[in-house]
Design a protein around this ligand. Structure first.
Ligand SMILES: N[C@@H](CCC(=O)N[C@@H](CS)C(=O)NCC(=O)O)C(=O)O
Length: 209
C-alpha cells in the first residue's frame, strides 16, 4: 500500500505528488488539513509536527518532503532523479536546502499566500507581509539564478529532485504578477520555469488557487 497524506492546497504535498507521478508510482491520496486548529489527530499520529505530506509504504511511514523524495527515487523503478555526477548531486541538494530554508516562507507564505491565496478565499492580504516577502525573495532568486546559469541543475538537463522540489514554490510565487515580474528578471531561472510549467506532472497537480 502506498499512500500520501496531504492537503489539496499544500505546496509540499504537490512536491511529493510530482515525485510519485514522475516515477510512475501508483498511490492513494488521503486528505488532511494541517492548518486546522488543532491539526487532525490522524495526521498527528503520522507526523508529530502536524505537517503534510506523509508517505506510507507497506508499514513504513515517512515525513519531511526531502526525505520522501529521496525514498521515492530510491525505492521504486523509473527514471533516476538524483544525478550520478557528484557536483550535480551536490547542487541538487543545495537547491532543495535553499528552497526549504530561504525560499518557502517569502515565496509561498508571504507573497503567494497574501497576494493570491487569501484574496481567493475572500481574505484581505497583509501589505507588510507582501512587502517583506518580495524584498526577501530577490536574493533567493539571485542565488537560484546563479545555480541555473552554471547549468549543473535548473538548466533543462535530466529531471532531478531539485526541479520537483522547487517548481511548486516557483509556480505559487509566479502566480502573483509581482512574483512573475521578479522571476522574469532572472532569465535562466525563468526559462527553466517555463519548461517545468509544461510538464504533464505539473499540469496534473495544479491546485486551483
Ligand atoms: N519541513 C516540512 C514542511 C512541510 C510543510 O510546512 N507543509 C505545510 C503545507 S505546504 C504544512 O503542513 N503547514 C502546516 C503549518 O504550517 O502549520 C517538509 O519538508 O515536509
Amino acid at each position: 500500500m502506498i499512500r500520501l497524506t496531504g492537503y489539496r492546497y499544500s505546496i509540499y504535498t504537490r512536491i511529493a505528488r510530482l515525485a510519485l507521478i514522475e516515477k510512475g508510482v501508483a498511490h492513494d491520496l488521503a486528505e488532511a488539513d494541517p492548518f486546522a486548529d488543532p491539526p487532525p489527530a490522524a495526521l498527528l499520529a503520522l507526523n508529530p509536527f502536524g505537517r503534510v505530506p506523509v508517505l506510507q509504504h507497506d508499514g513504513f511511514t515517512l515525513y519531511e518532503t526531502a526525505a520522501i523524495l529521496r525514498y521515492v527515487d530510491a525505492a521504486f523503478p523509473g527514471p533516476a532523479l538524483v544525478p550520478a555526477d557528484p557536483r550535480a548531486a551536490a547542487r541538487m541538494a543545495q537547491v532543495i536546502g535553499i528552497a526549504d530554508a530561504h525560499g518557502y516562507w517569502p515565496l509561498v507564505r508571504q507573497v503567494y499566500a497574501h497576494l493570491v491565496f487569501r484574496p481567493f478565499e475572500g481574505l484581505a492580504p497583509d501589505p507588510a507581509e507582501v512587502a517583506a516577502g518580495l524584498a526577501t525573495a530577490g536574493p533567493v532568486l539571485d542565488a537560484l539564478e546563479a545555480i541555473a546559469a552554471e547549468a549543473l541543475q535548473l538548466a533543462g538537463g535530466p529531471l532531478s529532485l531539485a526541479d520537483l522540489h522547487l517548481a511548486p514554490m516557483i509556480a505559487a510565487f509566479a502566480s502573483a504578477p509581482e512574483g512573475a515580474a521578479l522571476l522574469a528578471a532572472r532569465p535562466v531561472l525563468a526559462l527553466w520555469w517555463q519548461q517545468m510549467a509544461h510538464r504533464p506532472s505539473m499540469i496534473a497537480t495544479r491546485t486551483g488557487r
